[in-house]
Design a protein around this ligand. Structure first.
Ligand code: F3S
Length: 754
């Protein structure tokens, strides 16, 4: 079975290594001596050190070697800029970049795409040239949404992938463990560092019965979200199994895994089966399907595998669900929905119905939607509400154009947008309602937080299956249940909508559509990465300075932050996201949300050299210009929230040396280490209170050693005796090297130069 099968048709020489995975798994099996879940099999077969790795679900930190990396265009910018500073000639792990997030929906597909290409030209030019340079596959704007492209071209059963987008788990529909991460993690894997993940717990979802009628795969995850809530999957992989799995198409399983992100799950997974095989064959990867069949026992759970939590869903009884508004876990079955609308006074009129997105764009989804639209057209009626279609990929768009579903959806009143995220990520120039006006929209998307789609906090956004979107769009009101209620045809006669139907895979095969892929060239040495020196959106990163080997003395405290200091307080999102590829510009948001304990205000600190009050970033810049390093004092769980790497890059860029807190959110702590900062905690948390914002401190860095405390010498501004405070740290050997070299990437660059 030592066959060589390429991971994807788009690259050469990257083989799927089931034999090696099997070998690793056997090593771990001997150690654990118990049946394994499928999630565990994938993770443990990708361990960097299967012999030595400590393994306890929910406790240990696994060091893993993912097979692939995928980045979307918004997060790819800083990831690639950082990777460049490691000085490596190409990425160490196969990587792709997908242009999907920056295309705003305004009037429809082609025009919107052209506009986006103009507005984002410098970003696209940078991504296209850097991908070519560093051997990264580049999917141009118009190619489609990252998760759809990955499912169509890159996902494979048993694989482990990370992606810089929260809905990366979509690839679980093809039996791949695909995990959403921050840019810093992607950079590690691109630069050949092992990737660290806390060994997830495993939640089992057993499916029994068979799906039929108006119920679709989306309803499984809508129901699961209702049961587990938006926090229920935190730190866990959700693993589906049981006889009900067979009634689901591969793309339907993708939908379920995709929206698993909404319950906070690390990822979601389905076992390899015939429906996946069929999808692989339909997407020109039959050889992968055959290869997977020969390792089928490794590509599902063992008999008797134990789950940390088990949920059972009977598909015979599962009703269509509609979730929302404002949160994806407020799940209401269709039989109770009309009541809920009245009881909660949700606006009944449906203004806009939207189908597509990375969640529900499959051939099956579009075919079923078109069958409902055709039923309406046959009765002489069209969509009452506005109706919008976002194809997930160029391949889907071209295929439904060829096979007629698109024409049906357009005849029904639909506007087809570009193959991109569009309204799902707020890239929607919506004009039919005013800001603040309460209204209802219903989509087949996955996320419906306040303001996400159209920046209007009064928009009630519901998520459901494409089928239900169609039904509600025909009725024009939420006061409708297609299973029990009639609609009026053009003559005023009542009729029931027929149950949707549609093929899972195109009978005539997929039409690839326009060629939207840019493969990296063979000879990449002469390629120049396109970044204009006067760009305000992109800036080449300079490697950070190495440690000078000395203790640091007389450091000012830039800010003593009090209370919650999340990554949003440290590096705000919103309008700042425009600068995410320009470290110096985005650093102007550094810590502007943190509350200064000296005055209880945000973004107002005293400059210790001038005694003037000023903004945090301006003060840091002043210190930096004077060659003065500084520290931040922080409270509990500093850096909670997201893995946003800018929250660690910015303080490093503006001259910070150490962040000293009562405690850290772990990911932020690691991110700080990666950038060559010192994340330190008070050994006695009450020492936080002994330090005043105007004090100066010395940091005895030469004491830095694994497991050893470090001394902070405090010189009170009020005068009096200096005193020492003990600081703890969690650096391991490798991480100490990161600090000494100035960053993790400098360390990689050094290793590479040898
Ligand atoms: Fe894009 Fe929305 Fe998916 S933003 S990646 S379509 S969740």
């Amino acid at each position: 079975l030592s066959k060589k099968v390429e991971m994807t048709n788009w690259e050469k020489g990257h083989y799927i290594n089931y034999a090696k995975m099997n070998e690793n798994l056997n090593i771990v099996r001997q150690r654990l001596n118990r049946p394994l879940t499928y999630a565990e099999k994938i993770l443990y077969s990708h361990l960097d050190d299967p012999h030595g790795q400590e393994i306890e679900r929910g406790k240990s930190y696994l060091k893993l070697r993912p097979d692939r990396v995928a980045c979307q265009d918004a997060t790819a910018q800083m990831a690639i800029l950082q990777f460049m500073s490691a000085g490596m000639p190409s990425v160490a792990t196969p990587t792709t970049v997908h242009c999907d997030h920056l295309i705003e929906a305004q009037i429809g597909g082609e025009k919107d795409l052209q506009r986006a290409k103009d507005i984002n030209k410098e970003v696209y030019d940078f991504l296209s040239s850097s991908c070519a340079k560093y051997n990264i596959g580049f999917w141009r704007p118009g190619s489609g949404i990252i998760h759809q492209i990955v499912l169509e071209n890159y996902a494979f059963p048993g694989g482990l992938m990370i992606g810089t987008d929260s809905h990366t788990p979509n690839a679980g529909g093809l039996g791949m463990a695909a995990i959403g991460v921050g840019g810093a993690d992607a950079v590690d894997v691109m630069a050949n560092l092992p990737w660290e993940l806390k060994a997830p717990k495993v939640i089992g979802i057993k499916l029994t019965g068979k799906m039929s009628g108006w119920t679709s795969p989306k309803d499984i995850i809508l129901k699961v979200a209702g049961i587990l809530t938006v926090k229920g999957g935190t730190g866990a992989i959700v693993e589906y199994h049981g006889p009900g799995v067979d009634s689901l198409s591969c793309t339907g399983m993708g939908t379920i895994c995709n929206m698993g992100a909404e319950i906070g799950a690390t990822t979601s997974l389905f076992p390899f089966g015939d429906r996946m095989y069929d999808y692989l064959a339909a997407t020109k990867r039959k050889d992968i399907g055959d290869f997977a069949r020969s390792y089928a026992a490794d590509l599902r759970e063992d008999e008797g595998a134990e789950y940390d939590e088990l949920v059972e869903i009977n598909l015979d009884e599962l009703e269509p669900h509609i979730n929302g508004p404002f949160t994806p876990d407020l799940a209401t079955p269709i039989s109770k929905f009309k009541e809920a609308v009245k009881a909660n006074k949700w606006p009944e009129e449906v203004k806009v119905g939207l189908i597509g997105s990375c969640t529900n764009s499959s051939y099956e989804d579009m075919s079923r939607a078109a069958s409902i639209a055709q039923d309406a057209l046959d009765h002489g009626i069209k969509a009452k509400a506005q109706f919008v279609v976002t194809p997930g990929s160029e391949q889907i768009r071209a295929t439904i154009e060829r096979d007629g579903q698109m024409k049906t959806l357009e005849d029904f009143g639909g506007v087809v947008l570009a193959n991109a995220c569009g309204p799902c990520i707020g890239q929607w120039d919506r004009r039919d309602v005013k800001k603040g006006e309460a209204n209802t929209i219903i989509s087949s998307y996955n996320r419906n937080f306040t303001g996400r789609n159209d920046a209007n906090p009064a928009t009630h956004s519901f998520v459901t299956s494409p089928d239900m979107v169609l039904a509600m769009t025909i009725a024009g009101t939420l006061d409708f249940n297609p299973l029990t209620d009639k609609v009026k045809d053009s003559q005023g006669n009542e009729f029931m909508l027929s149950e949707p139907s549609g093929e899972a895979l195109p009978p005539r095969g997929y039409d690839p559509g326009q060629d939207t892929f840019q493969a990296p060239p063979e000879d990449r040495s002469s390629i120049q990465v396109a970044v204009s020196p006067d760009s305000d959106r992109l800036q080449i990163l300079q490697p950070f300075d190495a440690w000078n080997g000395k203790d640091a003395t007389d450091l000012p405290i830039l800010i003593k932050a009090q209370g919650k200091t999340t990554t949003d307080h440290i590096s705000m999102a919103g309008p700042w996201l425009k600068y995410r590829g320009h470290l110096d510009n985005i650093s102007n948001n550094m810590l502007i949300g943190a509350i200064n304990s000296a005055n209880g205000e945000a973004n107002k600190v005293k400059n210790s050299t001038t005694n003037e009050w000023d903004a945090v970033p301006a003060t840091a810049r002043d210190y930096k210009s004077k060659g003065i390093k500084w520290v931040v004092i922080g409270d509990w769980n500093y850096g909670e929230g997201s893995s946003r790497e800018h929250a660690a890059l910015e303080p490093r860029h503006l001259g910070g040396l150490a962040i000293i807190t009562r405690s850290f959110a772990r990911i932020h702590e690691t991110n700080l280490k990666k950038q060559g900062m010192l994340p330190l905690t008070f050994t006695n948390p009450e020492d936080y209170d002994k330090i005043q914002p105007d004090d100066k401190v010395d940091l005895l860095i030469t004491e830095l050693a694994v497991g050893k405390p470090m001394t902070l010498r405090v010189h009170p501004a009020a005068g009096g005796q200096a005193f020492d405070v003990s600081l703890s740290q969690t650096f391991n050997e490798g991480q100490i090297e990161w600090f000494k070299n100035g960053s993790a990437l400098n360390t990689m660059a050094k290793a590479h130069a040898k």
